[in-house]
Structure formats: C-alpha cells, structure tokens
Design a protein around this ligand. Sequence first.
Ligand code: SAH
Ligand code: SF4
Ligand code: F3S
Length: 450
Amino acid sequence: MTTSNRRYHITTFGCQMNKADSERMAGILETMGFEPSEEPHDADLILYNTCTIRDNAEHKVYSYLGRQAKRKHEQPNLTLIVAGCVAQQEGESLLRRVPEIDLVMGPQHANRLQDLLEQVFDGNQVVATEPIQIVEDITKPRRDSTVTAWVNVIYGCNERCTYCVVPNVRGVEQSRTPEAIRAEIEELSRQGYKEVTLLGQNIDAYGRDLPGVTPEGRHQNTLTDLLEYVHDVPGIDRLRFATSHPRYFTERLIKACARLPKVCEHFHIPFQSGDNEVLKAMARGYTQEKYRRIIDTIRHYMPDAAISADAIVGFPGETEAQFENTLKLVADIGFDLLNTAAYSPRPSTPAALWTNQLSEEVKSDRLQRLNQLVEMKAAERSQRYLGRIEEVLVEDQNPKDPTQVMGRTRGNRLTFFPGKIEELKGQSVKVKISEVRAFSLTGERMMNAE
Ligand code: SAH
Ligand code: SF4
Ligand code: F3S
C-alpha cells in the first residue's frame, strides 16, 4: 500500500515519556512518507498516544475515539491507532470496545510502529502489548521544538508504589547504553539543539541493569556517571533530568550537579505525601524527614535551586491530620512548582482494592486547599527573581504577544521579554526581571554593554 500523500495526526496525552514517544512515532511516519496534518479530520491516520495515570486521563481517550470510529464508517481507509498506556492496560479488550481500531500498541512497541503498520496495511487488526526488549532507537524523531529536546535514558519502572499503574503499563526498567545516549545528544547538537532533558520515570535507577562495577564495588553506570559522560557534548548549553525518586537521590548526584556547569539548578522530586504513615502505605521507601534532608542538601550546594514535585491528596485512609502534614511540608519547603492530584483508584494496583477509600468531596476539598497554598508559595518563591538578571534560553514567540519572545531560566521559570524570535531563537540571553507572577516572569533584555 502506498503511503504518499497520506496524512497523519497524533494526539498525545500524559507525561514527557509519552511526548517523547510521540515524537519518535511521528518521525517513523514521516520516514514512511506520511505528512503531518494539523486537523485530525483531514488525516488518513489517527494515532492516540494515551495515558492512564488517573481515571479522567483514561476516559478522555474514549470520547475522542468514539468520534473517529464513526468517521471510519464513511472513510474506510482511515487508519486508527491507540498507542501508549491505555493500549497496554486494555490490550485486546480495546478492540472489543471499539472494533474500528486497527492497531493497539503498548509503549514498549513505539519504535516498532513501521513494522506494525505494515501488518495493518496487509489487512490485519494488530495488538502489540507483549513485554519486549526495547529496540535501540534508530528513528529520526520529529521533535516539536528546535531548541530543547528530550532524550530517554531509562524506560519502565521497577518500583511498586501502591497507587501507580506505571510499572504495569511501562514494564521493567531498561537503560539505554551511555554510548547510545551520547550519540543521540551529539546528533541533537549537530541539528542545533541547545538544551537536553534526560528522561526516565525513575531516572535515579539509570544503569542498574547495565554491566560495569568499579574496583570499590560501586556501579559505574549511574545517573551521575552519565551526566559526567555527556556533559562535554559541544553545542549543548543546558542539561536537565527528570523524574527523580527521593529514595535514591544521592549527595554524590547533588555534588555533581553543583559542579557541572551545564546541569541546570532545577530538580523535580515528587514527594507524594508529607506524612510518614501515608508514605509507608504508598510504599515509597522514604520518610518526610529524609525528603527534607535531600532538599536541605541541594540548597546547601545550590542555594538558589528551583524545586518542583508531585503530590497526591486523599490517598486511601489519609486523615485530616495526615493531610495537614502535606500542607506543612509544602509550607516549609516552598516549591517553585507542585503538580497536585486527587487520588484516583487504578486497575491492578493494590491501593485500589483497599476499603478505606475517601469520598470525592473530601478529596476535592483537600486538593483545593493544597492548590491555594501552592500558588501562594510559588508567588513567594517568584519574588526572589525581581530585579535579578537571569539567563534565558529563548525557545519561541510569546503566543499571546508577538512583540515578545519566551524561554526558560535555568531554574525552569517561564520568562517573557520583548524581542524578535528570528534573531533570538536558540540563544541564551541575559534578562533583567521586572515583573513576577507565581509561575512566570517578565523582563527586559540586557545588552552586552550594560
Ligand atoms: N515516576 C514518578 C511519577 C510518575 S506518575 C514518581 O515516582 O514520582 C506522575 C504523577 O502522577 C505521580 O508523581 C503522582 O503524583 C501522580 N499519580 C500517579 N498515580 C496516581 C493515582 N493513582 N492517583 C492520583 N495521582 C497519581
Ligand atoms: Fe509510579 Fe512509583 Fe514508578 Fe513513579 S516510582 S512511576 S510513582 S511506581
Ligand atoms: Fe500516563 Fe503512561 Fe506517562 S500512564 S503519566 S503516559 S507513563
């Protein structure tokens, strides 16, 4: 079957891993001759890259799918693909629910899209959800940005947090080799990218499944070693990494981040709860005291570091007093950004079966109270930027004001300032901050002479 003049549209839900997978799948489709289509209804191939982290994320995709399934009756050569975490969770049962789907593919199969599509074009309905050794990434991803890029370093997760579907849908940890990661970053640099974010669901686990032990018995392929190994790729100005797990975050890593100039002073370390009993029930493997020590150590070496995190309210059995411990942690630490969520019971996770579930009212009340505090604290944290000169890597035009460009500080604060995107895209410039909001800043560019 010819794919020339055929157009594709990808809708991505969920986290950065899904976004990175979508970019790789878009790259595969373009190598096969597909062209991108802005509008789903103009496309001949629709791919939903799905998320199932919470119930509402999962349900979104069913409403989208329903519309396209109808369209398929008028346009039988429409190809309908469900990829990502809902695909992995539901597998064949998705075909029973929506028989118009041509291909159901789990996240581990993203790099195999061409092979799977060929089976579809041969007239098969295909389900690819069996666990596999992820094939090394030889695709040319179609990246959404031309300045910043994601690079997967470890797939999967071996933790067993009692609320979380990720280990079920993303499989066991599989690290890419340092050589493959460095080669990808070198290629990004040749293409003009300036910032790279290394990605993993539990990035601190990087390298545990790779060989290599030092004479002292220490694992050689840790995240710290990786940062050191890729740090000198010329042309790349900034390195970031996410997501960190407090259980494994080491002082050695913190010292390396402080020492390595390209590693940005921003750390995303979800704590989930500020209460030790709840943390235990979540099987997170640390206490709130340990979490506070990590942040203290980071601030000891990098006093201005930005800290962001995720937290869940309304975990089964969480009492008002336990919830207040989360508020207390948030008030004490002062996060630059906190992603908050009400607990959502997920299929095949232990906590979903417990009988001490909280009501939706309690959960949403706690969520609201936490969000208020987060916003207040983030606004306070923003104040420290006022009048300061920050290095901003320019990514794009401000979509709301074409006379301005936007980029991020090293601490990951979104920053706007007057300027022309044609001149400034991809440049690191000094910006004097004149206005601060909870989650973004505005400033003026400093000219060299100033
Ligand atoms: N690997 C990361 C997080 C991955 S999922 C970590 O260990 O922290 C992203 C976030 O979604 C989590 O940090 C958590 O806050 C939230 N989350 C995961 N499962 C959830 C559930 N069942 N209900 C509500 N929020 C959840
Ligand atoms: Fe989920 Fe826990 Fe793994 Fe994060 S570390 S992806 S929360 S199981
Ligand atoms: Fe969602 Fe899967 Fe990411 S469930 S949060 S897309 S790993």
